[in-house]
Design a protein around this ligand. Structure first.
Ligand code: GTP
Ligand code: SPV
Ligand code: MN
Length: 594
């Protein structure tokens, strides 16, 4: 057994305890060095966990394939384990801590036999910043280690920080048998502990991400009076050099990564805008003594959706993934590069699909449907430092000041392109009543509309009634609250085609949002909020059919009255715990719609 390189007794004891349970052959401490990373890559290539890609064209890049039924977060196997069921709320699956530990222990027992247990000390946020949180993940997966080295600040420097004492999130992961029947993603917020077993897919196993930075962090944030949110953070630099930052919550696979690094469209280039990427998935936000809301991105990489990423939709990401990137579940081409549906270049004539089978475009499955080469939730893990638009502020402990908050959803109907909430209380209602069509990022029925408040339904580590209350309370702590907006890039016409071109053209909507924040334009008051006068959206260079923008900004009262039924049902689950402000807003909207 390897000597423990830590002076933190709690850490030492916990590693030993987990090793006794999982029985690895060996324990290796991750130091963050280049030589150790190379050694792990070499071993992963030998074991088949990674496939080396064409090193001339994709230096430092690898391909990984997951098990066939381990391709997205499994929300039905994800639990919040608080002593009282009520503390998890109707929004979470709950198990008692005792039952959860017992069930998982049986799967973890001896699960690492014949394997090495890696100890990954990591920091979410800059090491040593008082806003950062430290975690230690124990895992038997080299893929997890190599991903965590991209996504977090991991290694020796974090151990030295832990030598000074202080708490850390105890993260235990084993891929075990990668058996969905023996898979559990368990959170113990009261013990600052996460146990994940039986999976090798990103959001289930990179425990610094959704598990720590959202589920555990949201629980801590409530107590410590800050926000842990499923949000992108971006800066919009205007021609005079002034940068304004916005934070945006969109459900999984609804456009955060793409928005966070957009390139201004041709028509808007004349104005000299420039985008600075701070983060694409998670924002930790605090109110400082200046009464202003400040945001940091606790991560150091992107775990982004591959399908649809190309030089037209996201040229910045195409540039980013050219080196030191791990691709998961995409097509391997014969020249050792990769491909996915909606990527650049010609469709390859042949390749190896995400399941490792020979693949040709147009191949049909038994139901006569074309077989996709890449999984719809195939992803890449890539360092934020590769990103041409990375903000110079990413390592600043203080982060960036937030001027506006955007909630975004995927709705074919109903929600207009953009609308502005009347005030903070109404804005919290807008966030709390968000709904979106389900994507491939989580296991379940595609396209089904589900309520996903603040895009946090799968990630809020406690009772959402208390989470909403926390949002109201935070509003009272700010000297000047950011304005709140709702956007929808996904409204369709009668043929099911997107009405809005999206991607880089979304900057036209952001421009309106900033103009509203700076009181530069008037807007149209509707029952749901303020929508733009179509003339106030800069259409230079925008190719859209006559009347499409009017259609995009349309608010149909009857449809919203229908929508309120779903809202009511959702709110009723929380019984008496739901903050009364939300019912007030509900009633007010209902009467405005009459
Ligand atoms: P997670 O990583 O799961 O949290 O997803 P995300 O919110 O970062 O979503 P992402 O930006 O990766 O986009 C998901 C999918 O939506 C991709 O297939 C994109 O091509 C597509 N998409 C993103 N922005 C737009 C848009 O403005 N319009 C349209 N039509 N599609 C978009
Ligand atoms: C999401 O599903 O929101 C993601 C991907 O960002 S995962 O890390 O797998 O959760
Ligand atoms: Mn996400």
């Amino acid at each position: 057994m390897a000597k423990s390189p830590t002076h933190n007794k709690k850490l030492k004891d916990w590693v030993q305890k987990c090793a006794r349970l999982c029985q690895p052959d060996d324990i290796v401490w991750i130091d963050g060095s280049a030589s150790q990373k190379e050694q792990l890559e070499k071993e992963a290539l030998e074991s088949g966990e990674l496939i080396q890609l064409n090193q001339e064209r994709l230096p430092g890049c690898f391909l990984h394939r997951t098990a066939i039924d381990d391709v997205a977060r499994t929300e039905h196997l994800t639990f919040i384990c608080t002593r009282k069921k009520k503390d998890a709320g109707p929004n979470n699956n709950w198990m008692s801590p005792a039952a959860a530990y017992r069930k998982a222990r049986a799967i973890f027992k001896g699960a690492m036999r014949g394997r090495t247990m890696y100890v990954i000390p990591f920091s979410m946020g800059p090491i040593g910043s008082e806003f950062s949180k430290i975690g230690v993940e124990l895992t038997d997966s080299r893929y997890v280690v190599l991903n965590m080295l991209i996504m977090t600040r991991a290694g020796e420097a974090v151990l030295r920080q832990l030598d000074k004492g202080g708490d850390f999130t105890h993260c235990l992961h084993s891929k075990a048998e990668l058996d969905i029947k023996k898979r559990l993603i368990l959170h113990f917020p009261e013990n600052n502990t996460i146990w994940s077993v039986g999976s090798g897919y990103g959001g289930n196993v990179l425990l610094g991400k959704k598990c720590l930075s959202l589920r555990i962090a949201s629980f801590i944030a409530k107590k410590e009076k800050w926000f842990a949110e499923h949000m992108l953070v971006m800066g919009i630099e205007s021609p005079n050099g002034h940068i304004e930052y916005i934070a945006g919550a969109f459900p999984s696979a609804c456009g955060k990564t793409n928005l966070a690094m957009l390139l201004p469209p041709e028509g808007l280039k004349r104005k000299g805008y420039r985008i600075w990427t701070v983060g694409d998935d998670i924002a930790w936000m605090r109110v400082d003594s200046d009464g202003q809301l400040w945001a940091v991105n606790p991560e150091t990489g992107f775990f982004g959706v591959a399908p649809g990423t190309n030089s037209h939709t996201n040229p910045t990401m195409v540039e980013t993934v050219k080196k030191n990137t791990i691709f998961t579940n995409v097509v391997l081409k014969t020249d050792g590069t990769v491909w996915w549906e909606g990527s650049d270049g010609e469709v390859p004539r042949e390749g190896i699909d995400w399941q490792g089978r020979p693949w040709k475009p147009g191949q049909l499955n038994s139901e006569g449907k074309a077989i996709a080469g890449a999984h719809p939730n195939s992803r890449f893990t890539t360092p934020i430092s590769n990103c041409p638009s990375v903000s110079y502020r990413i390592d600043q402990p203080h982060g960036v000041p937030i001027s506006a908050i955007i909630f975004g959803a995927r709705r074919q109907h109903l929600a207009p392109l953009v609308y502005e909430a009347f005030n903070w209380q109404h804005g919290v209602f807008v966030g709390a009543t968000m709904a979106s069509e389900r994507t491939a990022a989580q296991v379940g029925k595609l396209g089904e509309v589900r309520r996903d408040p603040m895009a946090m339904l799968p990630f809020c580590g406690y009772n959402m009634a208390d989470y909403f209350r926390h949002w109201f309370a935070m509003g009272t702590r700010m000297a000047k609250v950011p304005k709140i907006f709702h956007v929808n890039w996904f409204r369709t016409d009668a043929e099911g085609k997107f009405l809005w071109p999206g991607y880089c053209d979304n900057l036209r909507v952001l421009e309106w949002i900033l103009d509203r924040c700076n009181s530069k334009v008037y807007a149209v008051k509707t029952p749901i909020g303020y929508v733009p006068h179509p003339a106030d959206i800069d259409k230079k260079g925008l190719e859209m059919s006559e009347g499409a923008l009017e259609k995009l900004c349309e608010v149909n009262n009857q449809d919203w009255i229908e929508e309120l039924k779903g809202v009511k049902k959702f709110f009723q689950q929380f019984k008496k715990d739901l903050p009364k402000e939300l019912w007030e807003e509900y009633e007010a909207l209902a009467s405005r719609l009459k």
